[in-house]
Design a protein around this ligand. Sequence first.
Ligand SMILES: [Zn+2]
Length: 91
Amino acid sequence: MLPVRDIAQPLCTDASPDSQKPGRDSVQLAHVICHELAHAKGLRHTEMRNVRYGWADGWKEYYGWAPKYAIAVNPEPATPTIEDRRAQPEA
Ligand SMILES: [Zn+2]
């Protein structure tokens, strides 16, 4: 599995010019995922000249729901110390 920052780079050669800029966001990631899934369904770029799969004007607005889903790395779970374990009631 690729790290999120690598997934954000479109896998095809018809990438958005914005994809080369740092600071990728949820909107771009959602769009790239839909674009690549469209390829998996068999669509070609000639069939993707729209806001859903392509970079037609308005694609950012089409994915306006995506900022509700933040892209972040989950923090490592805290390893309980011996004292923490002793303080927990036995199950
Ligand atoms: Zn493509």
